[in-house]
Design a protein around this ligand. Structure first.
Ligand SMILES: Cc1cc2nc3c(=O)[nH]c(=O)nc-3n(C[C@H](O)[C@H](O)[C@H](O)COP(=O)(O)OP(=O)(O)OC[C@H]3O[C@@H](n4cnc5c(N)ncnc54)[C@H](O)[C@@H]3O)c2cc1C
Length: 576
């Protein structure tokens, strides 16, 4: 019994490949590893090698033909063996099995509504589109819709820019930048400076943060004006399709886009009267630093806040119910960060929950599920976010059990004229994911998009050692049964990192063994958040580890660490 030659799936978006030419003829003897045909995808071309030894008995497709991924395209066996007759695969790609697909998983809602045809009741409306919520999802969608010629209004009940600009990404990164500078001043002797009597002014640090926030939020208002998007201030309600009310005034629209985001969730119970619980929203108005803080939740936000406070001298304890902090990141990265945090005197208590909080005259006493207690003067809860759904509670949009809006790939809800994007969908709670979803939605409405490309979404974590990653972790790739190659290149072997005095951490590449498809890249170390973009682009263009690694990188740069990790997964790292 012989073996079929299958059209490989070489990347996330590949559905079929064109045979450029066969490199072997029927009747040829083939050794395992011999190149047998050349394939062209929408992004790349590649020679494909054989997994089997035998005679090429049959080519089911000829040069120039398109073959769906994972379809039989040839047969290798023994002389005289009966050659199976095949129904040739239809033009559309067959759905690959888990095992055969080597693509990185795209972020997906837990549940999806079936893709809706773009049919919306025609009529005369005040606006083509009303966007509810001016966060990075809503305001970006409004701009793109206006660029496509739509008449657009955006409703916002608070400041323009949403969580991201006012209470999330931007204010925390302004504080992170101050924390980094303070660390540099404290470690100035490492660079040859003698700094004495240095101190920081926390009020001035917060004022700087506010200035950055203000500059950006007013920038969003200017962008609305420039693109002729009308801003309606107030709280929106949408009870039926095509109708949005704000402060008792009714506005009609052809399409509505829900971009109402989320707010901090809370799980703490058994709290004494008088105990103040801080969430990240409240923290943005902090007036003075505590001496000792307990952070409940060792996820991204908990770890970021913990590192910032620690840099300013606060004694931080992180309480995490899972066995380790940052359960979503690659295991090696989480271990490296936990080690760095411990080195900086951040206490991590994992595998425990908070049972209750008592108050004595001066302190809070946090009671843990293992019977221990931690004393502190500030408790910060960072246990995730819940959906802001007050605006559309009576509308009848389908929700997940956790209350997030269910959409199809174009971000359409079960109501054809209502779309939802960003944190409210619970798909991926990141600002750039919200913006991308906003663009997909309005291009569907006004630009006639027929395909919603599922892109790899990078994530960045701004802890003392910065983290960034895209695609599959080593564990996820192995769980999928993929044959993977892994390589870790340390920043300690990178010249630029050494000159910067920031040589901790590494770049880890996970790639598929046979074709070298890059499945995931995980970075911990200096400027990881900027470095990751090379990996995101390489993966989108379906570069292999070899082509990414053999691309010339400037010297001396941190990006050479990425190059070396790609090389380590292909032809061999040079500096290790
Ligand atoms: C502390 C923290 C740090 C973060 N750091 C990062 C980071 O570094 N990088 C990153 O990518 N992401 C980060 N995030 C996540 C990021 O902020 C969110 O993913 C992003 O803001 C979601 O955008 P959105 O447009 O979906 O919603 P939001 O930004 O939440 O905007 C929703 C808007 O809708 C408005 N709204 C709600 N209901 C109504 C209504 N009925 N009528 C009118 N207006 C309404 C709200 O006032 C709000 O302005 C962080 C979040 C937090 C909390």
């Amino acid at each position: 019994m012989g073996n079929f030659i299958l059209m490989p799936k070489l990347g996330m978006t590949m559905t079929d490949g064109k045979i450029i030419k066969w490199l072997k003829d029927e009747g040829d003897m083939i050794e395992k590893g011999d190149y047998i045909f050349e394939v062209e995808t929408d992004k790349t071309s590649l020679e494909v090698d054989s997994l089997y030894t035998g005679i090429l008995l049959k080519k089911y497709y000829g040069a120039g033909e398109d073959v769906p991924c994972n379809s039989e395209m040839g047969y290798i066996g023994k002389t005289g063996e009966a050659i199976p007759e095949l129904q040739r695969a239809a033009a559309a790609a067959s759905v690959p099995t888990e095992k055969q697909s080597v693509s990185a998983p795209a972020a997906e809602p837990s549940k999806k509504v079936e893709t809706k045809p773009l049919v919306v009741e025609e009529g005369s409306y005040d606006y083509d589109l009303i966007v509810i919520g001016a966060g990075p999802g809503g305001y970006v969608a409004a701009i793109r819709a206006a660029q496509l010629g739509a008449k657009v209004a955006i409703v916002e009940k608070d400041e323009m820019g949403g969580t991201c600009l006012n209470r999330g990404c931007i204010p925390t990164k302004a504080l992170y930048a101050s924390a980094k500078r303070w660390k540099n001043i404290r470690n100035a002797d490492q660079y040859g400076f003698k700094v004495t009597g240095a101190e920081f002014d926390f009020t001035a640090i917060m004022e700087n943060k506010n200035k950055v926030v203000h500059r950006l939020t007013s920038g969003v208002s200017s962008l609305m004006k420039k693109n002729k998007v009308e801003i309606i201030k107030g709280e929106a309600k949408i009870k039926k399709e095509h109708e949005v009310t704000v402060g008792g005034k009714k506005f009609t629209c052809k399409f509505a886009l829900i971009a109402t985001g989320g707010r901090p969730a809370s799980v703490l119970k058994n709290i004494d009267a008088g105990v103040e619980i801080w969430d990240t929203d409240k923290l943005m108005g902090l007036k003075s630093l505590p001496e000792k803080a307990v952070i409940v939740g060792g996820g991204i936000i908990g770890c970021e806040i913990g590192c910032i406070l620690n840099s300013f001298g606060v004694k931080v304890t992180i309480v995490e119910m899972l066995p380790s902090i940052l359960s979503m990141v690659d295991g090696d990265i989480a271990v490296c960060l936990a080690d760095d945090m411990k080195k900086n005197d951040i206490e991590i208590l994992s595998g425990v929950t908070v049972d209750g909080i008592k108050k004595d005259s001066a302190h809070n006493i946090v009671k843990l599920s293992n019977g221990n207690t931690v004393t502190c003067d500030m408790i910060i809860e960072a246990v995730g976010r819940k959906a802001n759904k007050d605006a559309f509670e009576d509308l009848g949009v389908e929700l997940t059990p956790k209350g997030f809006v269910v959409t199809d790939d174009f971000m359409t809800t079960n109501l054809g004229s209502v779309y939802a994007i960003g944190d409210i969908t619970g798909i991926c709670q990141l600002a750039h994911a919200a913006s991308e979803q906003g663009i997909i939605a309005v291009e569907r409405m006004f630009g006639g998009r027929t395909k919603a490309e599922k892109q790899n979404i990078p994530s960045c974590i701004f802890t003392d050692l910065e983290i960034a990653y895209v695609g599959m972790t080593e564990a996820q790739a192995k769980e999928k049964g993929l044959d993977v190659r892994i390589f870790k290149f340390p920043f300690g072997a990178n010249g630029k990192a050494l000159t910067m005095g920031e040589s901790e951490g590494f770049v880890k590449v996970v790639c598929e063994s046979r074709f070298g498809e890059i499945l995931g890249v995980h970075i911990i170390g200096p400027d990881a958040s900027s470095l990751i973009q090379e990996a995101v682009t390489a993966m989108r263009l379906e570069a292999t580890a070899e082509s990414a690694g053999t691309t010339v990188h400037a010297h001396p740069t941190l990006s050479e660490a990425l190059m070396e990790a790609f090389l380590g997964c292909s032809t061999g790292a040079i500096h290790m």
